[in-house]
Every structure is written in C-alpha cells, then in structure tokens.
Design a protein around this ligand. Structure first.
Ligand SMILES: [Zn+2]
Length: 319
C-alpha cells in the first residue's frame, strides 16, 4: 500500500496525516498556524509537524509529500504565486523545495480548497457524482470544481476562487485587497464581526467560536444576534453559489470548512435556501455538508501526491 505524508496549512490551523488511496491512515495531528508570527515560523512549524507524523507512522513509510496551503502556486516550481493576507508573506515562498529539502521526499503543492474539493469529490459527499462544486468557509472562502474526482484548474490554476466573486459594489474590504467580495460578508471573521456589532461588543475581541457558543446561549438576545449574523452570511453565500451553479451546472454543492461546519444547520439552511432561490431549473442546488470534515484538505493533498507518484517520474529533489 503506497502512502503519502500530507499537510494542510490554513490561516488558522495546520493539519497533517498519512494518507492512502482510500483515505486517512491513522489520526490527523493539528497545531495552530499563528500566522501573525510570519511565513518563516509557519513554515518551520509545518515541517516540524509533518516530520513528527512521519516518524510516528507505521510501515509502509510514505513515499511522497502532499502540501495543501492557502494561496496559488506555479506548478512547474511549486512556488507560491499569490497568497492573501490570511498567510502574511507567503507569496514568493518556494514551498515545494522547502519541504523536499527538509524531509527528503518528492512533494506536490496545491491550493487548500482545491485539495478539499478533490477529497470530497472522490471519497466524500461528491463520491459517485459527476460535477461537484465544493466550498470551504473558514478564515476565508474558497471553492473547487471537480469532474469525476479530477480538479478543473482553469487557465491559471485558480478556478473556483468564489470567495472573491463581487457581492456588493464598493462594500467591505476583503483579504484580497478589493472591496465587496462575498468573502468579506460570509467568512468566519465576517460573521464574528457582524455578531459583534449586533451584540454591541468590540470587534477585535470576538471570534467565530463566540458566535458558535452564543447560538446555544441562555441569553435570548445573544442567541438572536448569533442566528441573525449566521443566517445573513449564509444567505449572501447562497446567492453567489446559486449563480455559480447556473454557470457550471453541478450535481452537488458540498459545503465545508471550519466555520461552516461549526455553525451547523443555521448556516447550511440559509445557504441552501438562498441558492435554491437563484438557480434556473432543472439545475440542482443540492447543498450537502462535507463528509470528510476538517480532514478533507489533508486527504486531498495526500491523494494528489499519490497521483503524482503513479503518473510520473518522481520529482528530482532539490538539494
Ligand atoms: Zn476578495
């Protein structure tokens, strides 16, 4: 059984595990990203985590590395071409070479939401379906289109960046530097900010977990603020997803990412209802929750590393 060591570097958490063709082998290990400490620190924490996962794994030892990360990559070099503010100073980083040098195995890199989409499309909620649109709502919002489990990459490898679909003219500032993208209205931090405003609390002290906790609070006004912020964000995202569904005609829309999963039914139902209002029949806006949960990014990275091993000569490791 061939295995890959896989890592998913997000704006909030870094997760790593060993992955085989049919999914995870063993547990996922998670550490905080602490992105504010800068790219070098995030990179060394990531390499350290992956090293310990490999060291603790039983035979067979992994023969490749799959790296999923926020941002987009030049496929020929594995260098980060574009990264948003969620991973400060990530742009320009030679991510693939850094891992190959440190660990001594050939590596592949891909966008973290593309990775989630591949995992859900092959082994999760999109398994057995033809066209699958996956959406991850976390610190940011990303998307991936897979056809029979294979990623539709677009002309520049960036297809699926639906968090940056314009939602309001002008509007709130987004992590990409523009204004009015749907990410600025429906991501975890945007929902936390909207809840803070309703609950008259200082924005900077409120995180998504506060919204999740307020949802089951004994104080009715807090519950109401949490539900309102969550439903408004879900409705914004749902409208955008309905428009995307009209464009690509998916069999299924898979909703995942840490924030979406933590907010649960209130969010999912708002997305589902708004998307259904926007699609043209007979296109389906069947919105389902991701089956692989927060492990999807790691699993997808491992699957792509195993694809690379099976289809081409191992990458020459930079020394
Ligand atoms: Zn944007």
């Amino acid at each position: 059984m061939a295995t890959a060591a896989a890592i998913d570097i997000g704006g909030t958490k870094i997760a790593a595990a060993i992955v085989a063709r049919d999914g995870l082998v063993g547990d996922v290990r998670v550490v905080a990203t602490d992105a504010v400490n800068g790219a070098t620190e995030v990179l060394s924490r990531s390499i350290g985590l992956l090293r310990s996962v490999i060291a603790e794994s039983d035979v067979p030892k992994p023969s490749a590395i799959g790296i999923a990360s926020g941002g987009w990559f030049e496929q020929s070099t594995g260098r980060v071409v574009v990264a948003t503010d969620l991973l400060p100073r990530w742009s320009g980083l030679d991510l693939r070479s850094e891992f190959e040098r440190a660990i001594g195995l050939p590596a592949v890199v891909l966008n973290d939401v593309h990775s989630m989409g591949i995992a859900e499309g092959r082994l999760g909620a999109g398994s057995g379906r033809h066209v699958c649109l996956s959406v991850a709502v976390g610190t940011g919002i990303g998307g991936a289109i897979t056809v029979d489990g294979r990623l539709f990459e677009g002309a520049h490898g960036m297809a699926g960046a639906l968090g940056h679909i314009p939602f309001r003219t002008e509007g709130a500032r987004c992590s990409c530097g523009r204004r009015g993208c749907v990410e600025a209205y429906a991501s975890g931090p945007a929902i936390a900010a909207s809840f803070a405003k309703c609950a008259r609390r200082r924005d900077s002290h409120v995180v998504l977990l506060d919204v999740v906790n307020a949802m089951i609070s004994s104080e009715e006004p807090m519950r109401e603020c949490a539900r309102r912020a969550t439903a408004a964000a879900g409705a914004a995202l749902g409208r955008v997803l309905g428009g995307v569904a009209n464009t690509i005609d998916p069999d299924v829309i898979v909703l995942g990412g840490g924030a979406a999963l933590a907010l649960g039914d209130v969010f999912t139902e708002a997305v589902r209802s708004a998307a259904a209002d926007c699609v043209i029949q007979p296109i389906s806006a069947s919105v389902v929750t991701a089956h692989l949960g927060t492990a999807a990014g790691v699993v997808g990275a491992g699957l792509v590393a195993l694809d690379a091993l099976a289809t081409r000569e191992p990458t020459k490791i930079v020394s």
